[in-house]
Design a protein around this ligand. Sequence first.
Ligand SMILES: *[C@@H]1O[C@H](CO)[C@@H](O)[C@H](O)[C@H]1NC(C)=O
Ligand SMILES: *[C@@H]1O[C@H](CO)[C@@H](O)[C@H](O)[C@H]1NC(C)=O
Ligand SMILES: *[C@@H]1O[C@H](CO)[C@@H](O)[C@H](O)[C@H]1NC(C)=O
Ligand SMILES: *[C@@H]1O[C@H](CO)[C@@H](O)[C@H](O)[C@H]1NC(C)=O
Ligand SMILES: *[C@@H]1O[C@H](CO)[C@@H](O)[C@H](O)[C@H]1NC(C)=O
Ligand SMILES: *[C@@H]1O[C@H](CO)[C@@H](O)[C@H](O)[C@H]1NC(C)=O
Length: 332
Amino acid sequence: MNCNCTIIAVALVILNLILFTIISFNICWTSVQYMIMKPIYENENLEFNDTIPESCYCEFESNRYSFCYAPPFDLNLLGQKFNCTYIEFLDEVDLLTLENTIDLANDDLPEAPIITAGSDDHKDETREMLYYIRQFWPKHPVIFYDLGLQNKTIEEFKTYCNFDVRKFPFEKFPSYVKNLREYRWKPLVIALAMKDLKSIWYMDSSIRWLKPQMDRYYDMLRCKRSHNMLLTSNFTACNKSDYLLLSSSYHGIYTATNLKTYEFLPTDFARIKIPTVIQAGFSLVARTKDAMDTLKWYVLCALEEECMAPKNSSIPCKFGKDKYQAEPICHR
Ligand SMILES: *[C@@H]1O[C@H](CO)[C@@H](O)[C@H](O)[C@H]1NC(C)=O
Ligand SMILES: *[C@@H]1O[C@H](CO)[C@@H](O)[C@H](O)[C@H]1NC(C)=O
Ligand SMILES: *[C@@H]1O[C@H](CO)[C@@H](O)[C@H](O)[C@H]1NC(C)=O
Ligand SMILES: *[C@@H]1O[C@H](CO)[C@@H](O)[C@H](O)[C@H]1NC(C)=O
Ligand SMILES: *[C@@H]1O[C@H](CO)[C@@H](O)[C@H](O)[C@H]1NC(C)=O
Ligand SMILES: *[C@@H]1O[C@H](CO)[C@@H](O)[C@H](O)[C@H]1NC(C)=O
């Protein structure tokens, strides 16, 4: 993969009609950390000792896979091993071998269905999100993962056109996935949806499309296809990540992430204190090796109790002046 991944906040003018500060373990850690580091270190030609210890491996159908995350800039900096029991789910959603992927240098990026999810207390927001989508795209496929709708709402949602309501399979996952405000369901929804798709938009129900600009973002990935002359806009740099996060935040990563998380996802603390968090709530994801590798660790973190929402994590953040380098005060 010779990709020039990078994570760029695309300054989208999104009117977040609900409070922007709301909550999420919205993190971008896996994605942000991974993608931020990559371009920086890629050219440094560091010598890696990538002898992964025996203890990191999990076995599945007589193949071995390392379940210790190592950041791209130091393959010896191994995180705590994720529980091997999650390997079956990775296999189920085709994230284990990373073979069923596309290559943006050769393959077209197809139009992406919109994936979203919600529980019953978000039904009004979901309707409103859909209203905005339908203004521009009356028939664009939308897949909704039901995180706990009442029967009445399900019946209503099932009458919407090109709106596929799917039950989120809580029974497949550890019981703490039901704690919705730990937002473990988000990467799981994305993984479930992407199993059969080459690309998706993921949107929290708070996202509103105010301009019909999907092509603009497709182009940021389609430009990687060398002979693609049909772009509607031009991105000469063409250096966006295949896991394209679209909605910026207002604080750094370090101050708003429980340190325990880094035991599973080790990082470079100096680097992590610089960039602004880019939210996980709005993304365009292509099923490339790179993006699926990111998603794989994001999913493992979600499934591991102490990775995505370590005990004592507090969602509300009371930032002081320094929103980047101050010691962590919350987790989102
Ligand atoms: C690579 O790592 C292994 C296991 O940690 C260690 O035994 C070995 O000495 C290392 N090799 C080098 C060249 O650093
Ligand atoms: C892995 O998960 C299984 C099933 O939840 C549990 O029984 C086991 O103790 C876990 N292993 C570790 C090392 O945490
Ligand atoms: C909702 O629908 C399910 C399946 O159709 C049914 O089993 C359940 O009893 C219904 N719940 C209520 C409160 O009506
Ligand atoms: C491409 O970029 C140039 C220079 O910024 C600009 O003048 C031109 O209008 C752009 N073309 C399209 C199709 O956006
Ligand atoms: C991506 O391209 C933009 C525009 O040329 C440039 O400002 C930015 O530094 C590039 N990022 C990386 C990581 O190469
Ligand atoms: C978690 O919070 C409790 C009570 O506030 C405290 O006693 C404990 O030390 C904290 N644990 C960690 C790991 O921070």
